[in-house]
Write a protein that binds this ligand. Sequence first.
Ligand code: A3P
Length: 284
Amino acid sequence: MGEIEGVPMLQDICKEWDAIHSFQARDGDIVVASYPKSGTTWMQEIMDLILQDGDTEKSLRAPCFVKVPFLEMAKTLFYSALEFANTMPPPRLLKIHLPVHLVPPSFWEKNTKIVYVARNPKDCMVSYYYFHKMDQTMPDPGPWEHFFGLFLSGKVSWGSWFDHVIGWWKAKDRHQILYIFYEDMIEDPQREIRKVMTFLEKNLPDEVLQKIVQRTSFKSMKKNPMVNFTVLPTSVFDQTVSSFMRKGQVSDWKNHFLVSQNILFDEEYKKRMACSGLRFRMDL
Ligand code: A3P
């Protein structure tokens, strides 16, 4: 890994940073932003379906990483998001995991609409741990207790979870940002999808909304090859190690955190989140 302005980032991203940072937003672009493993793919599919007026056939037109280019993956062996993005007709739906201070400035200049998805850090950490194990382009996470320390100290790709969620939370009052919580989506997907629809100024009938809820349920997405990443070879995502659509639950962290780790985590959480005005639900 390398670093960009003190934020740990994969070497492939560091190498292409100038091209990524100078990416030119266009009128009508829409962005989904998140810290990794927060439900980004879920939100991408929801937003794509909303933009396609709930047309499920159209939503199957290409894998999610083609429909919604992941900008930081500017140039990798198998994929160039910047190239995809530059050939897309409007409205372009784009994905980023960048902390708010590293967002390409042209998004702010164009007043781009951004949906930010945030997930409680304990589940995020567990999901990220399994993701490091299966994504062959990520560094080896080592044993769980080692990864726990890395995550807590922000020494993982895209940096500190705390800085990320707080940075975006503060930015939402200055820009067109809709801040959505993964736990709220699990609790009441219909309510949260309606918020996204309103934000995107789409007024779809209730039966279409229902269809989007069903189509983006964990069960449905897990068996959809266009979103479950099974189209990627095992040399990229080795899903024999762990599925991309792994559990899709709130509070799986309870199956992984030792009591001592939980105490340590809660202390750090309290310190870091105290003045943020931001609260996460660790279970429902
Ligand atoms: P788990 O590893 O906890 O199962 P991202 O897309 O940001 O990488 O996030 C991946 C996480 O979101 C994974 O979490 C994945 O299972 C979960 N996820 C994906 N689609 C989902 C859905 N439709 N409902 C609930 N969780 C979903």
